[in-house]
Write a protein that binds this ligand. Structure first.
Ligand SMILES: NC(=O)c1ccc[n+]([C@@H]2O[C@H](COP(=O)([O-])OP(=O)(O)OC[C@H]3O[C@@H](n4cnc5c(N)ncnc54)[C@H](OP(=O)(O)O)[C@@H]3O)[C@@H](O)[C@H]2O)c1
Length: 309
């Protein structure tokens, strides 16, 4: 089968498109024939060697949508032929024609959308869901500021927060303002020309997907007891106490039950994945270069095979 593999950490040129053996599912695992694979910033961070202790060589990619081809011993939640999406573990390989994963990391894909849109969901969708609901406990009527609202995580977060009944404020450059309003932002702050910390305050939740200055200036826009969740920054000791708020760094969990909840909301037409770029698997290098620009809207997805439906 074809896959995108790395033998060393480095720039986009270390990505190799090559033939490797097809994997076999172990107990509790499923073998997936991949139709589409989502691209995330974590993919190029792994490729670059930002994350220590990872083994080489490695098949790239974490997010897949496809069809169950076979199930391992004792696996009863899925059957061959099921159309699914999953967040696979690092090294299992999402940029490939086949992968295996624990069935607990997969769910039936939304019926109302295709494999390409489904592959856009796992990492970014779970990151947004877990940040807003599992960690910050966002409720209807609360206010939330989403930094990086036009990105992969942000476009899910804006829609989830709106679906929940929150007042949603998103930050993006001006070119994304109308787009953000169209997916549910009540207010949009142009981070290039406006200072969010002078515009909003007394917020219940801030979701930071940017880090640096953006993260540091976010403490003071929260109300007492508010929650700052960052997908990128560590929480400095003593800061939550200093501002009388709560804070946590997200570590996204590959949770098949939560993927099923997200699929249900998509099938109710409440939210939709925003896919702006679809490239063939062989163009993973181009996908990484685009993602590394840090200014793509929504998600990039690699098409691995034609949609069989
Ligand atoms: N901890 C975890 O478990 C976890 C999970 C998922 C993601 N992450 C991390 O979270 C970050 C975001 O992920 P992603 O998939 O959303 O990335 P992404 O899709 O690459 O984000 C791109 C977006 O960021 C916006 N942006 C860039 N600079 C900005 C700024 N200063 N203020 C506001 N918006 C800005 C861009 O909007 P404009 O074009 O308008 O500038 C663009 O739409 C990444 O670093 C990723 O690795 C962590």
């Amino acid at each position: 089968m074809k896959a995108i593999k790395i033998y060393e950490f480095g720039g986009p040129d270390v990505l190799r498109y090559e033939d490797i053996p097809k994997p076999k599912p172990g107990p509790g695992e499923i073998l997936i024939r991949i139709i589409a694979a989502g691209v995330n910033p974590i993919d190029w961070k792994i490729r670059s060697g930002y994350i220590s202790g990872l083994p080489l060589p490695m098949i790239m990619g974490l997010d897949v949508a496809g069809i169950v081809e076979a199930v391992g011993q004792g696996e009863t939640s899925f059957q061959p032929g099921d159309e699914i999406f999953a967040k696979v573990s690092i090294g299992q390989g999402g940029y490939a024609e086949y992968t295996v994963t624990s069935s607990t990391q997969a769910a039936k894909k939304p019926r109302s959308i295709g494999f390409v849109e489904s592959a856009a969901i796992p990492t970014a969708g779970l990151a947004a869901w877990q940040s807003l609901f599992d960690i910050a406990g966002l409720e209807s009527g609360q206010s939330v500021l989403i930094h990086g609202a036009a990105g992969g995580v942000g476009t899910f977060a804006v829609q989830f927060a709106k679906w929940k009944g929150a007042h949603v404020i998103g930050t993006a450059s001006s070119k994304n303002a109308e787009f953000l309003r169209s997916i549910g932002s009540d207010e949009v702050i142009d981070y290039r020309n406006q200072r969010f910390e002078e515009i909003v305050n007394n917020l219940d939740v801030v979701l930071d997907t940017i880090g640096g200055d953006t993260f540091e200036k976010s403490w003071k826009v929260l109300k007492p007891g508010g929650f700052l969740v960052s997908t990128v920054a560590s929480i400095p000791e003593g800061m939550p106490q200093k501002y009388g708020v709560r804070a946590k760094t997200l570590m996204t969990q590959a949770d098949g039950r939560e993927l099923a909840q997200i699929a249900a909301i998509i099938d109710e037409q409440k939210i939709k994945p925003i896919v702006t770029t679809v490239l063939p698997l062989a163009d993973a290098k181009k996908a990484h270069e685009m993602s590394e620009s840090r200014h793509t809207r929504g998600k990039i997805v690699l098409r691995v095979a034609e949609d069989p439906r």
